[in-house]
Structures are given as structure tokens and as C-alpha cells.
Design a binder for this molecule. Structure first.
Ligand SMILES: [Zn+2]
Length: 445
């Protein structure tokens, strides 16, 4: 959707006081009313005790009025698909970054399943070149194997030198254990996480939704939970043996959660992420709506799986929330359920869906949710982001936690509109997003 007046390009570094809000900075254990003072693109300090009066806030230049709002570190997403290079009709680094900042995200890590794949230095550099025009920080994740074909490893060290923050063949699994084992060994030398899309291709082949009672009744071929769980078990064993860091992408089943919990107990270097759709939607919605925006990989699972994913978020088994933002052109999603591509957009809906599903229901406190979307993901990929310590890059999200509303189809800032969350009550609205002290998104403009 074109509403460019809400957005401002990042030009240099800003100075600004975000005044009067409830500051939640989980990494520093802060949850209090305070002013965030930003100087030259960095957090200078927090000042509490009503340094600015209401009058000064209203009249102040260089002051952002955050009274009644939550002020937290900018959200960090370890898993987005910005489709560039190759499918710029669906999304680009720049349009994806607009969706990101409209959703409160200030850092997005983009997956390498592009055309060509992010499997060599020039493509990593290309992403950074495009990211110069982006509204937030965009970091490339490089491929594990050349062209993501699953056999020849990429030049992992060189890709890291150019700024790749992790490696992944996401969209596809690494089919053989031998290749994944070598990837974990090499990546370990360069301190890079290996993010795994866990899916046994022989079990998942031909499936369009979760295999179970609902798929049988709907007459749609299923993807068994086991397709994910076998690979989760494999990655944990390989990480344990090699000492490498396996990061499990988009965990969707109860058994996956318990395998990861067990791996962590055994001190294996395994981390994991979950998406809002996997903790809020189930396969039961599919025969009700046959909405292809509900077709996603891994598929929406059962209520028991949703409960287990939430428990994993509660007890720290799952380290962070990511969106798996996957834009698709309407002509592709308008196909029959069996033939439509997998994926949905998630950057603009993530926080309001998470507040409605997890905080309003009492499953997580608001600071615990924010931690799962800021400092925790930042730590998984060792990014310098996700907190408001003095000297930190001043990336900030300001949101109103109260309003309950519904997203409307066709009104997303992403170049694609394939969201299953329209017409569903969500809570909380992003007001402003600040990157390096510059207000890059302001809904009130
Ligand atoms: Zn994936």
C-alpha cells in the first residue's frame, strides 16, 4: 500500500528524547516510566522522575510524546524472505523494510532462497548495497550449500567476512546428514549459527497441510509431524557431536519442542524459533476457509502442538519469535489449496497477534514477550541489537498496547498481501519506529 508520508528515510543519525512512556528493556531488567534520551543515533541515558513536564513534551522539539505508550527496543526478526534478488514483484529489501518498521521491527535477517541464492560474496554484498536504502537494518543469511542444492558447501568463512550473520538453506532442508555435519563443523570455526529448515523431504513430499484427522476429512494430502521431528532430532545429534550451533527454524510440533528441551538439558548448542502463526492458528481453520494464506511450511498443526509451542516459549526452550515473512503474488496464492505456494506475510501483524494470543490471555507478561522479540533473538545470531543500554544503537519501537482491532485485507505496506490474520481480533498498535535515532515510521504523520 502506498502511504509514503508515514515513512522517512534514514539520513545520518538522529538525536531525540522519547518522553513519558513505559520503558520496557528486558535485557536490563527495566520496566518503568522514563524518558529515553538519544544523542547522535545512540542511547545516551534513561531519565526517570518526570524530567519533562507535560507542557514541555507537547511543545518540545526533538521530543517524541510517548505518554500512554510502551517504549521498547526495536524488534529483531531472524527470519524473513525479502525475495530480492529474483522476485521483486513480491517484495524487495526496501519494501520488506517498510513492512518491518510498520511492525516495529528495526532489524531483519533475510533468508537466502532468492534467485540467485545468497551463496557467494557478491550476493551478500548486493544485499548490503540494497540495504543502504532500507528503512531498517537488514542482514543477509547466506546459504549452506551452493544454489541451496544440498551438496556442495558454500565458502562459509568468506561469506561471514562479507557480513553473513548465519547460514541456512531455508525453504529446503539439507537432505543428507553428512552435508549438515560438515556445515556444522565449518560454521563452528567461524562462530556462525546454522539455521535449519527441518523437513524430511521423503515424508513431506506432496503434502499441503498437517497430516491428521483434519487433512483426511478435507481430502488434502498431509505433511506428517514426523517429517519435522526426524530432522530436529538429527540436527540436535549432529550439533551435539560437532559442537556446532544448530538453530531450529519455525518449530511447529509438540515433539519438536520436547526434543529441543532435551537437547538443551544435555548442553547441546541448539536454539530455536517459533512464528506467531504456529502459536495462534491450527489446521482446523483450513476446511473452514480454504484460504491459501493458511498454507504455510511447516504447516499449521493441532491445538496440542500450539499449546506445546507456547509452553516452549514460556520455559525458554524456544529462544525467540520470528515472522517467517514470506510474500507471494496474488496470482500464485489464488490457485487451489493443493497448488498454491507455501507462505504468509507476518512483519506487520507479529506484535499485535502475539499480544492478543499470549499477553491478553495471561500466558506471557508483556516484558517476557518483548524479550522474545528483542534481546533473545539478537543473542541467537550475536547481533548488536535488542536493548537500550547507554551507548546502544538507538533502535526503538513505540506502541500503544491497548487498542483491539482487526487488520484489513489490502492495507499492508508489504508489496504482497498474503496474510491469514485479517478479520481476527488483535491487540496493540505500532505508533513510531526509530532507527539510529531517526523516526523512520510514524503512524501519526
Ligand atoms: Zn523454512
Amino acid at each position: 500500500m502506498a502511504a509514503p508520508d508515514l515513512f522517512r528515510r534514514r539520513r545520518g543519525k538522529g538525536s531525540l528524547t522519547i518522553a513519558g512512556g513505559r520503558v520496557i528493556d528486558p535485557q536490563n531488567g527495566i520496566d518503568k516510566k522514563a524518558d529515553v534520551v538519544i544523542e547522535n543515533g545512540r542511547v545516551a541515558r534513561l531519565e526517570s522522575g518526570k524530567r519533562l513536564t507535560d507542557k514541555q513534551i507537547e511543545a518540545g522539539r526533538g521530543v517524541l510524546d510517548a505518554r500512554g505508550r510502551v517504549v521498547c527496543p526495536g524488534l529483531v526478526d531472524l527470519h524473513v524472505h525479502f525475495r530480492e534478488p529474483g522476485r521483486e514483484d513480491e517484495e524487495t529489501v526496501v519494501t520488506g523494510s517498510m513492512a518491518a518498521v510498520a511492525g516495529g521491527f528495526t532489524t531483519a535477517c533475510c533468508m537466502p532462497n532468492t534467485e540467485p541464492a545468497i551463496d557467494r560474496q557478491e550476493v551478500v554484498q548486493f544485499i548490503y548495497y540494497q540495504a543502504e536504502q532500507a528503512y531498517c537494518h537488514v542482514y543477509p543469511i547466506a546459504a549452506i550449500t551452493m544454489e541451496r542444492k544440498g551438496d556442495l558447501l558454500t565458502e562459509i568463512g568468506e561469506l561471514k567476512d562479507r557480513g553473513a550473520v548465519a547460514i541456512s538453506d531455508d525453504g529446503s532442508p539439507v537432505p543428507t546428514a553428512a552435508v549438515m555435519r560438515r556445515a556444522l563443523m565449518y560454521a563452528k570455526q567461524f562462530d556462525l549459527p546454522v539455521a535449519s529448515h527441518c523437513e524430511d523431504p521423503t515424508l513431506a513430499a506432496g503434502g499441503a497441510m498437517h497430516e491428521g484427522y483434519v487433512s483426511t476429512r478435507a481430502g488434502i494430502m498431509g505433511i506428517p509431524a514426523l517429517a519435522e521431528e526426524l530432522m530436529v532430532a538429527r540436527e540436535i545429534e549432529l550439533a551435539g557431536e560437532t559442537g556446532g550451533h544448530a538453530h531450529i527454524c519455525h518449530v511447529s510440533t509438540a515433539r519438536s519442542v520436547s526434543l529441543i528441551r532435551d537437547g538443551k538439558r544435555r548442553k547441546v548448542h541448539v536454539t530455536a524459533e517459533a512464528t506467531p502463526h504456529h502459536f495462534s492458528l491450527t489446521d482446523e481453520l483450513i476446511p473452514e476457509r480454504f484460504d491459501t494464506n493458511l498454507k504455510v511450511n511447516p504447516p499449521l498443526r493441532t491445538r496440542a502442538d500450539v499449546r506445546a509451542v507456547i509452553r516452549g516459549l514460556q520455559d525458554g526452550t524456544i529462544d525467540c519469535i520470528v515472522t517467517d515473512h514470506a510474500p507471494h503474488a496474488p496470482e500464485e496464492k489464488e490457485l487451489e489449496f493443493d497448488h498454491a505456494p507455501f507462505g504468509l506475510i507476518g512483519l506487520e501483524t507479529a506484535l499485535p497477534v502475539a499480544i492478543a494470543e499470549l499477553v491478553t490471555t495471561g500466558k506471557l507478561t508483556l516484558p517476557a514477550l518483548i524479550e522474545l522479540m528483542t534481546s533473545r533473538p539478537a543473542r541467537v545470531f550475536a547481533l548488536d541489537a535488542g536493548h537500550l543500554s547507554p551507548g546502544a544503537v538507538a533502535d526503538v519501537c513505540v506502541f500503544d498496547p491497548e487498542p483491539v482491532y482487526e487488520f484489513e485485507p489490502g492495507r499492508f505496506f508489504s508489496r504482497s498481501q498474503n496474510s491469514p490474520f485479517c478479520g481476527r481480533a488483535v491487540q496493540g498498535r505500532i505508533c513510531q519506529t526509530v532507527v539510529e535515532g531517526v523516526v523512520v515510521f510514524d503512524r501519526q504523520r
